[in-house]
Design a protein around this ligand. Structure first.
Ligand SMILES: [Fe+2]
Length: 189
């Protein structure tokens, strides 16, 4: 049900954009860290949700095509392959506002916040002369949150909404940074 190899094979098939594949690994790592904190008995499921959340991103029209909406399309593929579960499908759909699916469960909220923070941390990494994530300090993430023009596409409200799960933003930043540092080679950072 949460078979990582099967998920990777599907991603190989459907996800062509390299930065989206790396983004998927990053969100997997952050979700795993959040799972350890919020739902320690189900860490594998949480990591799985992060890994597959964007697997339809190269095959959908994000906003315009109601029949091929980002999130529901991934859910459809996963169901066909007997992968995932209802909570994961809900979280995947809720992370794309265009679906109209509301962020409700703890997993929904975690994915909603984990998705933008990975791109935000990557953008911060690229500011450093060596472009290495090992140079990034957790403090700089919190600082950059206030610079609204920096990585303007990273949804501040979504990242900060992690606080609704009782995790202070600086802790979330540190946790996400560590999770990404652990897989820096896969991320090319
Ligand atoms: Fe994503």
């Amino acid at each position: 049900m949460y078979d990582r190899d099967k998920a990777l094979a599907l991603m190989e098939k459907y996800l062509e954009t390299e930065h989206l594949v790396k983004h998927s690994y990053a969100v997997e790592a952050v979700m795993k860290a959040l799972g350890k904190k919020l739902d320690p008995e189900n860490v594998e499921r949480w990591a799985f949700a992060g890994l597959v959340h964007d697997m339809d991103a190269d095959m959908v029209d994000y906003k315009n095509d109601e029949n091929h909406l980002h999130g529901p399309k991934a859910t459809e593929i996963l169901k066909e392959e007997n992968l995932g579960d209802e909570e994961i499908y809900h979280a995947i759909c809720a992370h794309n506002k265009a679906t109209g699916v509301k962020v409700e469960s703890i997993m929904d909220r975690a994915l909603y916040a984990a998705d933008p923070i990975t791109g935000f941390i990557t953008a911060i990494t690229f500011v450093y002369p060596d472009k290495k994530i090992s140079s990034v300090k957790a403090k700089s993430i919190t600082k950059r949150m206030k610079e609204t023009r920096f990585a303007a596409g990273a949804d501040r409200e979504a990242m900060r909404s992690i606080e609704k799960l009782g995790i202070a933003f600086p802790d979330f930043a540190a946790m996400s940074l560590d999770a990404m540092k652990d897989i820096s080679e896969e991320l090319g950072l």
